[in-house]
Unconditional design. Sequence first.
Length: 90
Amino acid sequence: MGMLVVVLEGAGELSVSAEDARSLSALGVSSVALLQDGDVSGVVLEGWAFDPARSAPDVTGIFGRGQRAIRLLHPFAQTALATNGSRTEG
């Protein structure tokens, strides 16, 4: 599963338009989460068919319009936790 976190500084109110949703879906994104804390907003994009490295320029175009600063964070490690408290590396 591909995952990408988009961090926007000074983004104001953040939303995903119908056109943006269609564009993200075409990139293989199947899940979008919007996050906000004061002056910083974030978007978490996930999808089985989503390739963050290949899609980064498109994602920047979708969320970077009119933004002061945009950063793309790519995962470098992921850990799954079992219900018994153990963990497995993935």
